[in-house]
Design a protein around this ligand. Structure first.
Ligand SMILES: [Zn+2]
Length: 389
């Protein structure tokens, strides 16, 4: 018997949960968005058996099935995973709990206040089987966090270019550091985090400069020529130029222009347009971390949680005092996305650090590419004084 079949429907031969209560419940009794939205989206108008109000309600059995999914996500049967130990209370190593003990702790923080509902839910879910947490000895999430730290550590202090020798850089309990890259690409594809930038989209560029008439044409405001690109950015290593831009002029100005740089009193903006439609990895499309009750998506909880850390790091502002070493991991991931043929993209969309509602775009175009592949109108150049901002 597999653990996940602990609940079953009438007529199933397996042992486990059998829900038969016949009551209806509204969404006002659970402290959980997924459960409440499920009731709202799948219920019908009727009387709630617990608060007696006429609202959207659903059979309690439907909610119990979701809670059983959550229990299966978090817990397993010690019979399947723990060593026997006759000297312990329940005969197994580890923190073993009977149902009533784990339910008493409100493991999903549902905060059910209605006494009758709490009793009905507990009675229906009750089994005499034992439970233990699958992640009692370190969660998959911890594993991914640790993999990420190990990846950064290897890049910073061991190997900047040869980290793909998996046996050399494998930690005792971790797979090889470059595995993190494969997980990022797989998540992008699985969750369809690709957007198309339509042909002729207006893309604003900005540049801060010293003298008033410095920006005279496309070449003066396109990606820097590689030989001039001496500083690293959060996504590009020194010497590798990328085209940072935005569909929103003010966002571009905020990202690029700083009043603190007093030796450069001018800034210019200009418009480029993509000659052809281009595919971009869209980091702003990363879904929220799924609920444990969401049976079709809860297996992605860990990697999506991890991806949120990566996306946050990509959007962090570049600070003068940051060590160049702090950018290595995002540069490597960007480069992996850039050259991965499965993704086949020309850039990325990401949240602006200056304004979380706005989006930035980076195109994988160096100086020559940006002049070749983007259209430019000289009349779009606007030069202003930084102090007037
Ligand atoms: Zn109710």
């Amino acid at each position: 018997m597999t653990w996940t079949k602990r609940y079953h429907y009438p007529g199933d031969v397996e042992e486990g949960y059998y829900f038969d209560i016949g009551t209806y419940v509204c969404k006002n009794h659970f402290n959980d968005d997924f459960l409440n939205n499920y009731i709202g989206n799948n219920g019908i108008r009727g009387i709630c058996s617990y608060c007696d109000k006429r609202l959207v309600v659903i059979e309690l059995e439907a909610v119990l099935t979701l809670i059983a999914v959550g229990l299966s996500y978090i817990y397993e049967d010690p019979l399947d995973s723990r060593y026997y130990n006759k000297d312990t209370k329940y005969g197994f190593d580890g923190n073993i709990q009977p149902f009533e003990e784990l339910w008493w702790d409100d493991p999903f923080d549902l905060r059910i206040e209605d006494g009758k509902l709490l009793e009905d839910v507990s009675n229906q879910l009750y089994t005499d089987q034992l439970y233990c947490e699958k992640n009692e000895f370190g969660s998959h999430q911890d594993y991914l966090d640790e993999l990420w730290s190990h990846f950064k550590e290897v890049l910073k202090h061991k190997a900047r270019f040869a980290f793909h020798f998996s046996n050399t850089f494998r930690k005792w309990n971790l797979s090889d550091p470059s595995d993190i890259l494969h997980q990022v690409a797989a998540t992008i594809l699985h969750h369809n985090m690709i957007s198309t930038l339509k042909e002729n989209t207006i893309l604003y560029r900005a540049r801060q400069h010293t003298t008033e008439n410095e920006v005279t044409g496309a070449a003066k405001i396109a990606s820097l020529p590689n030989f001039l690109n001496k500083t690293a950015g959060r996504m590009n290593a020194a010497g590798i130029s990328l085209f940072y831009c935005s569909k929103n002029k003010n966002v571009t100005i905020k990202e690029v222009v700083s009043k603190k740089r007093t030796t450069m009193p001018y800034y210019s903006t200009a418009i480029f347009r993509n000659a052809e439609a281009i595919r971009l990895v869209d980091l702003t499309k990363l879904p929220d971390t799924p609920s444990v009750f969401d049976e079709s998506n809860n297996q992605s909880i860990d990697i999506i949680y991890f991806m949120h850390s990566f996306v946050e790091e990509v959007s962090l502002p570049v600070l003068q005092k940051d060590s160049i070493l702090e950018y290595l991991q995002t540069q490597v991931i960007t480069e992996y996305i850039r050259y991965n043929p499965d993704l086949n993209v020309d850039g990325m969309i990401y949240h602006s650090a200056k304004d979380s509602k706005s989006k930035n775009i980076v195109l994988f175009y160096n100086h020559e590419d940006s002049l070749d592949k983007l259209k430019f109108s000289k009349s779009s150049i606007k030069t202003s004084l930084v102090k007037d901002l």
